[in-house]
Design a protein around this ligand. Structure first.
Ligand SMILES: NC(=O)c1ccc[n+]([C@@H]2O[C@H](COP(=O)([O-])OP(=O)(O)OC[C@H]3O[C@@H](n4cnc5c(N)ncnc54)[C@H](OP(=O)(O)O)[C@@H]3O)[C@@H](O)[C@H]2O)c1
Length: 214
């Protein structure tokens, strides 16, 4: 299967390496190819290529959103909304406002989370909110010193969530916790804020969550 990733940052790069490691062909999209050229050269993988947002969205049979949260709809618009139709789309974004410095402020609200906004924007995409509550490197290698965390996901399409759960298992996650439809994205986005606030307070960036039950 071919995967298109929108996003030239650490998340796009990390997930590209993760997908390539599982044998997928990957194209990473950006508005500025110069941001990815050095990384691509160092990665030196025949499975990974780069292109525009539109190139990545056309290439991918499944897609990943790894763009600056509040600009994600803009990136989808540039790529072409029609290219998302019928495809599984992993949404790793968070609604963060850095305009007043760090920690960033939360820039969404209940019943209007970024995940819901994106699903409304591309209604025929099978959106799965996932991987937004850990750092980029943990996404694809979830073996932490204190154990393996659980991946919390939300989305309306069960088959899409099953595919994401299989990916998570291959990337070392303990288990995948499905919290419901895309309307529950809000909780995953606020969960990311907990992750971020803890990170800034403790200057620690490799933590992750686990659901413990009796
Ligand atoms: N960093 C982490 O460890 C982490 C962990 C979990 C979740 N997340 C979330 O994952 C997403 C990606 O994070 P990141 O740190 O890798 O990168 P980022 O700096 O948040 O975003 C970079 C990407 O956003 C695109 N972008 C920025 N402004 C844009 C605009 N006006 N129009 C269209 N595209 C625009 C950039 O496009 P160009 O390539 O064209 O510059 C680039 O591809 C974010 O939503 C973040 O909250 C991050």
């Amino acid at each position: 299967m071919k995967v298109g990733i929108l996003g030239s940052g650490i998340v796009g790069q990390s997930l590209a390496g993760g997908f390539a490691g599982l044998g997928y062909d990957v194209k990473v999209g950006t508005r500025d190819l110069s941001k990815l050229e050095k990384w691509l050269k160092e990665l030196n993988s025949p499975k990974v290529s780069i292109g525009s947002f539109a190139d990545a969205a056309s290439f991918g049979e499944a897609l990943v959103l790894a763009t600056h949260g509040v600009n994600t709809k803009e990136a989808i618009e540039i790529a072409g909304k029609e290219k998302f139709r019928g495809k599984i789309v992993i949404d790793a974004t968070n609604p963060l406002d850095f305009s007043k410095g760090v920690p960033p402020r939360f820039a969404a609200e209940q019943r209007n989370s970024l995940g819901e906004q994106i699903q409304r924007f591309i209604p025929e995409a099978k959106l799965v909110k996932a991987f937004n509550t850990v750092n980029a490197l943990t996404m694809i290698n979830a073996h932490l010193e204190e154990g393996r965390p659980d991946l919390f996901i939300a989305g309306d399409d069960d088959a899409a969530k099953k595919w994401v759960a299989e990916l998570a298992q291959k990337w070392g996650w303990n288990s995948c916790v499905d919290i419901g439809g895309i309307a529950e994205s809000f909780w995953l986005e606020t969960f990311a804020m907990l992750w971020i606030v803890y990170g800034f307070k403790n200057n620690h960036w490799t933590h992750a969550f686990k659901l413990l039950k009796k």
